[in-house]
Design a binder for this molecule. Structure first.
Ligand code: TYM
Length: 321
């Protein structure tokens, strides 16, 4: 079984990415053949700054390695090292209707928020389909926001298979963990790099404190009892606490004298504690970026073997002599 997923190096990686996708991917190294890549071409839809893209790419690679990505066991690379994906993207574009792309929620949400869409953003799902189909992926672990993109991949693959009368592409399945399908951001909307409401996975203590303290709550006073049910702080605590800890926290919500500032400090401690064991390995890779680049190149060499064989098969079938 082949498991594949990617993440855009388009900003600092946040705990929504972590619980929605990264954690599952690291764990899935024991369940099947894992293919994980940094979607650098996709990131170009929003990052137009050389240094930012370079830094984000290293940052993402280092985070994955620190969290337990095993580059020997799995295939871990950066998208632009395997250029076959761009060829497939073009071929698949000819099996993708405009209507399909116009219905993409992610594209519609971004334009609704005032982000001016270029052609890259519009055709983004076709490149994502190429990523998935090029490697004959069976399972694609993602957060909820990407489910539709995987469904579109199935539509595009079906249309291609039908056009050439052959089962050239496997239809992939999205794998979503319902509990963390959409991790909310500090304002209660989906946590997203584009919405400026993130709590970052690895960041300075000062920045993390600022982000946690910025979580939006209602304006109940210290001496009033509070409701945990719809509180953004509580929802985020659920990611880091066990049942007993959550019961305790629920009691604290009902206790006068306990305020949102206190709950935020509890959450902050929990986040710091959770990511602390990975700091040392992260520090190592931060100081050895050359090694990080080599690891990605090694992954690309493995990915390229599969990609070029698949492309040969595709070219032959469609008549590119
Ligand atoms: P990206 O970079 O936006 O996000 C990476 C992964 O994190 C998940 N995620 C979340 N999960 C739960 N709650 C949240 N608030 C949250 N925010 C983000 C995303 O669902 C995603 O799984 N298009 C992809 C990258 C990509 C890709 C692919 C994925 C390119 N090609 C091929 C799978 C297969 C993206 O933009 O993810």
């Amino acid at each position: 079984m082949r498991i594949l997923s990617g993440i855009q190096p388009s900003g600092t990686i946040h705990i929504g990415n972590y619980f929605g996708m990264i954690k599952k991917m690291i764990e899935s190294q024991n369940e099947g053949e894992l293919f994980a890549f940094l979607a650098s071409y996709h990131a170009l839809t929003s990052v137009k700054d050389k240094e930012a893209l370079e830094n984000n790419t290293y940052e993402a690679a280092i985070n994955f390695l620190a969290l337990g990505m095993d580059p020997e066991k799995s295939t871990f690379w950066v998208q632009h090292d395997v250029k076959e994906v761009l060829e497939l993207y073009w071929i698949l574009s000819n099996h993708t209707s405009m209507g399909l792309l116009e219905r993409a929620h992610s594209y519609k949400d971004k334009t609704a928020r005032g982000i001016v869409a270029g052609h890259g953003l519009f055709s983004y799902p076709v490149l994502m389909a190429a990523d998935i189909l090029l490697f004959d992926s069976n399972i694609v672990p993602v957060g909820k926001d990407q489910i539709q993109h995987v469904e579109m991949t199935r539509d595009i693959a079906t249309s291609f298979n039908h056009a050439y009368g052959k089962e050239i592409f496997i239809l992939p399945e999205a794998k979503v963990d319902e509990v963390v399908a959409t991790v909310p951001g500090t304002d209660g909307a989906k946590m997203s790099k584009s919405y400026n409401n993130t709590i970052d996975m690895f960041t300075s203590p000062k920045q993390r404190k600022k982000q946690v303290m910025g979580i939006v709550t209602d304006s109940k006073e210290l001496d009033e009892p509070k409701e945990w049910e719809n509180c953004n702080i509580y929802t985020l605590c659920k990611l880091f606490m066990n049942e007993d800890e959550l019961k305790d926290l629920q009691k604290r919500y009902a206790t006068p004298g306990e305020g949102y500032g206190h709950f935020k400090m509890t959450l902050l401690d929990k986040i710091n504690e959770y990511f602390a064991p990975y700091e040392e390995k992260r520090e190592y890779y931060l100081n050895n970026k050359k090694e990080v680049r080599e690891i990605l190149a090694f992954g690309a060499s493995k990915a390229k073997k599969i990609a070029s064989a698949k492309m040969e098969q595709i070219r032959d079938i469609i008549g590119l002599i």
